[in-house]
Design a protein around this ligand. Structure first.
Ligand code: KG4
Ligand code: ZN
Length: 348
C-alpha cells in the first residue's frame, strides 16, 4: 500500500491529496469560502453543486502535482461521515468510481479521525506516539479524545451546545466581521485588550465537557448595551475578550485531561487550532507541565484531504476494505465515552 489517494468533500472544501506512504506528495484544496460568504454561512445545496463542478479538476491537479497517473494508485480513502450528506456523496461517488475502474480497494474515513491524524502529516518519519490526547476544535466539533492506537478512541469530553468554531463564527457575525469568523476575530483581537470585558467561562465543574452558547449570549447582551455604532477599539476589545474566554477554557480542559490520562503528548487539531492565542497559550501551559504539544500548520488544521488519506492509509494497511454499498452519514460519533470502541464497526 504505497500510494493512497484521499478525497474530502464533507463541508465547504473540495480536496484531493496523494500520499506516498506517510509523505504528502500533493494536497489540493479548493475552498468555497467566497461562495458561502455571500450568505454569511454554508448553504448545503450550493456546497454540493460546487463539489460536483470542482472535484474532477482538483483530482487531476493532485495527480499532476504528485507526478503520478491513475494506475499508480494503490488505495483510496474518502470521508463518508459526518458532514453534509449532499456534499459527502459527491466525494463518495468519485471514490467508488475510481475504485471500480482501477480495481483498487477503498475505505470510508470518519472526518474527525482525519483531523486526529493531521497532527502527524508534517513529520512522516516520526512514530505516532500512543497513547495521546487530542483536542479537536472545528466549526462543527469540540471534543477531547484519548487516542490509544490506530482506530482506538475514547471520548473524554465534548461540547454540550455550540462548537468552538461555531461560537467564533456567530460572534463575528454579530460584530459584522464576515464569514468565516475565526480568522477575522483572531486578527481583530491582536489590537484589543483581552481584559476589557469580562465574559463568563463555563467550567462545568472539573468535567471535560464544554459549553459556549452562554458566552455567545453574553457577548450579544454586552454589544446591545454599548453605544452604536461600535468604534474600532471597542470591536477589537470585544474580540480579544471573547477569544480569551474561549481559549482559557480550551487550554485548561485540554491540559487537565492530558495530565489526568497520564499521556506525554497533546495534539490540537481542527480549524480553531489555527488560532494564534490558543497556540501560544496551550504551548506555554503544556511546557509548564512537561507535555509535548503538537499543532499542525494552518493548511492541515482546516479541512484537507491529506489527513483523510493518512487515516485511510492505516485502515487500508490493516486490511480494511469497504463495499460499494458504503453510505454517507450526516451524524456519526467517532467514539463513545469510556468504552474505547471504534465506531467504524458499528456505522459501516
Ligand atoms: O476544521 P474546519 O476547517 O471545518 C470543520 O470541520 O468545521 O474548521 C472551521 C472552523 C470555522 O468555524 C472557523 O471560523 C474556525 O475553524 N477557524 C478559526 C481560525 N481559523 C479557522 N477560529 C479561530 N481562530 C482562527 N484563526
Ligand atoms: Zn473539519
Amino acid at each position: 500500500m504505497e500510494w493512497v489517494l484521499g478525497i474530502e468533500t464533507s463541508c465547504d472544501e473540495t480536496s484531493v491529496a496523494v500520499l506516498q506512504g506517510r509523505a504528502v506528495r500533493a494536497n489540493i484544496v479548493a475552498s468555497q469560502v467566497e461562495l458561502h460568504a455571500r450568505w454569511g454561512g454554508i448553504v448545503p445545496e450550493a456546497a454540493a453543486r460546487q463539489h460536483v463542478e470542482r472535484l474532477n479538476p482538483v483530482l487531476q491537479q493532485a495527480l499532476d502535482e504528485a507526478g503520478i497517473s491513475f494506475s499508480t494508485i494503490d488505495g483510496i480513502a474518502v470521508t463518508n461521515r459526518p458532514g453534509l450528506v449532499g456534499a459527502l456523496v459527491v466525494g463518495l461517488a468519485c471514490a467508488k468510481a475510481l475504485a471500480f475502474a482501477l480495481r483498487k480497494p477503498f475505505v470510508g474515513v470518519h472526518h474527525l479521525e482525519g483531523h486526529l491524524y493531521s497532527a502527524f502529516l508534517e513529520e512522516p518519519e516520526r512514530v505516532i506516539p500512543f497513547p495521546h490526547v487530542s483536542l479537536i476544535v472545528s466549526g462543527g466539533h469540540t471534543e477531547l479524545m484519548l487516542v490509544y492506537g490506530h482506530g482506538q478512541y475514547e471520548l473524554l469530553g465534548h461540547t454540550l451546545d455550540d462548537a468552538a468554531g461555531e461560537a467564533f463564527d456567530k460572534v463575528a457575525r454579530l460584530l459584522g466581521l464576515g464569514y468565516p469568523g475565526g480568522p477575522a476575530i483572531d486578527r481583530w483581537a491582536r489590537s484589543g485588550n483581552p481584559s476589557a470585558f469580562h465574559f463568563p467561562r463555563a467550567w462545568l465543574g472539573d468535567s471535560a465537557n464544554f459549553s459556549f452558547s452562554g458566552l455567545k449570549t453574553a457577548v450579544q447582551r454586552t454589544v446591545q448595551e454599548l453605544p452604536q455604532p461600535l468604534d474600532t477599539q471597542t470591536v477589537a476589545d470585544l474580540c480579544a475578550s471573547f477569544q480569551q474566554a474561549v481559549v482559557e477554557v480550551l487550554v485548561r480542559k485540554a491540559i487537565d485531561s492530558a495530565v489526568r490520562a497520564g499521556v506525554k503528548t497533546l495534539t490540537v487539531v481542527g480549524g480553531v487550532a489555527a488560532n494564534s492565542a490558543l497556540q501560544t497559550q496551550i504551548r506555554q501551559a503544556g511546557e509548564s507541565v512537561g507535555l509535548e504539544v503538537l499543532i499542525p500548520p494552518v493548511h492541515y488544521c482546516t479541512d484537507n484531504a491529506a489527513m483523510i488519506a493518512l487515516a485511510g492509509y492505516y485502515r487500508l494497511l490493516s486490511g480494511e476494505r469497504a463495499d460499494y454499498d458504503l453510505d454517507a452519514y450526516a451524524n456519526a460519533p467517532l467514539a463513545q465515552v469510556r468504552n474505547g470502541q471504534d465506531a467504524q464497526a458499528t456505522s459501516s
